[in-house]
Design a protein around this ligand. Structure first.
Ligand code: VNL
Length: 393
């Protein structure tokens, strides 16, 4: 005879089994990554490079992590901060992404930082490079670089190489202010003198007026930082205004002698000494593999933006593997402290600052017969394991 009590016991048993099944059933829904990049407008080359690198990473490493498929949702913000913020909001609220990544220029990262904090969504900066970005939210991780990090090296090199008087020229926004400040202080610390500090607007800069000022000031060297994508236009005007024959030595961060444009700059770029964290000519087996695969897939050369995107995907994949697909604070924690060999060299995601620690190279633009006679940044010195000096306050 089946009593009420039996029915109740059976019901409880059935419920318990159902719960256990639910608890142990693997989540098979896709893990979504929101990738926000400037695919149009002035910074479109940065979007094109990072998009290609993300695709290469996935072609090489598969689209599954912890048994779940990875879905990258690419959105174009045109490098307009209001658009970045709106897109990030939609990705977090509607698409329920586990990570937001990309961020071509500093203002787009800063505009989105509060959303990362509010929603506890890890935000991976693959491009933007103003030192303070990582301080805008505890959920920000950076796989690109910072301007203070790459500027100290060229300031030291200049002072040691008979450059006594310099003029600085930077883009008039965050990373430009960092480059100007750190070149100025490091160069003067080494006994150098700054004759003038010039700035050009981020959007549609005209270099003619500032180049005339450089000619008038007659420094030993002109130090330049401009964001990726502006180097070729600058070099053209540098030559047209006769600066290349004026005796003013051009020195820069590697953003100016960017691999994306370098090969088309022509002889004016030859001999330009600059410092940066990545060159497509970096002589390591890991880099050669990366460059060959990238070029086979894209018919163009990877630049430092591509490497920031490729390494960003690595950090996201390894963290997702560690959390078995979980997001939020656990995912953020798993991103911190990663150490690996990047195409650029050895890197660390600093657990305290969430910023990248990496080698910075001093390079000179040369024609490289062994590499199709192309123009490359050839490394001739290295500063190992550089932390962002902007964090050493
Ligand atoms: C930034 C810094 C952008 C360095 C760049 O290229 C660059 C930035 C677009 O932080 O806005 O080369």
């Amino acid at each position: 005879m089946i009593t009420k009590r039996h029915v109740l016991q059976l019901a409880i048993a059935a419920l318990t089994t159902a719960c256990a099944v639910t608890a142990f059933a693997a989540d098979t829904s896709p893990i979504k990554i929101g990738l926000i990049l400037p695919m149009t407008g002035q910074s479109a080359s940065t979007g094109r490079q990072i998009d290609a690198a993300v695709k290469l990473w996935m072609a090489q490493n598969g689209n599954k992590v912890a048994g779940r498929s990875i879905e990258v949702i690419l959105k174009d913000d045109g490098a307009v901060p209001d658009a970045t913020k709106r897109i990030a909001q939609e990705l977090i609220v509607n698409d329920k992404v586990s990570v937001i990544a990309g961020f071509g220029i500093t203002p787009t990262a800063l505009a989105t930082a509060p959303l990362a904090t509010q929603s506890k969504t890890p935000l991976v900066v693959m491009a933007a490079a103003t030192s303070s970005i990582t301080e805008a939210s505890p959920y920000i991780i950076r796989t690109s670089f910072t301007l203070p990090q790459v500027t100290i090296g060229i300031a030291d090199w200049a002072a040691k190489n008979k450059i006594k008087k310099a003029v600085t020229l930077v883009a008039d926004y965050g990373p430009g202010f960092d480059a100007e400040k750190y070149f100025d202080s490091q160069f003067r610390l080494n006994g150098g003198q700054i004759l003038d500090k010039l700035r050009t607007p981020l959007r549609s800069p005209d270099f003619a007026p500032v180049l005339q000022k450089v000619l008038d000031a007659k420094p030993d060297a002109l130090f330049v930082f401009l964001p990726s994508g502006q180097g070729a236009a600058f070099m053209k005007q540098f030559a047209e205004r006769g600066l290349d024959k004026s005796g003013v030595k051009l020195i820069a961060t590697g953003d100016v002698t960017d691999d994306d444009q370098l090969n088309d700059m022509g002889d004016v770029a030859l001999g330009v000494v600059n410092s940066h964290h990545y060159s497509a000519a970096h002589p390591s087996a890991t880099n050669k593999k990366f460059v060959d695969a990238f070029q086979a897939a894209n018919k163009f050369r990877p630049n430092f933006m591509a490497v920031g995107g490729y390494d960003g995907m690595r950090v996201i994949y390894k963290a997702l593997e560690a959390t078995k697909g979980a997001g939020g604070d656990a995912l953020l924690a798993a991103m911190k402290g990663q150490i690996f060999e990047s195409p650029r060299g050895p890197v660390l995601i600093d657990g305290q600052t969430r910023d990248i620690v990496q080698d910075v190279y001093i390079r000179k633009v040369e024609r490289v017969p062994a590499m199709g006679n192309g123009l490359y940044n050839v490394e001739f010195d290295v500063i190992k394991g550089v932390k962002d000096p902007g964090k050493l306050k």
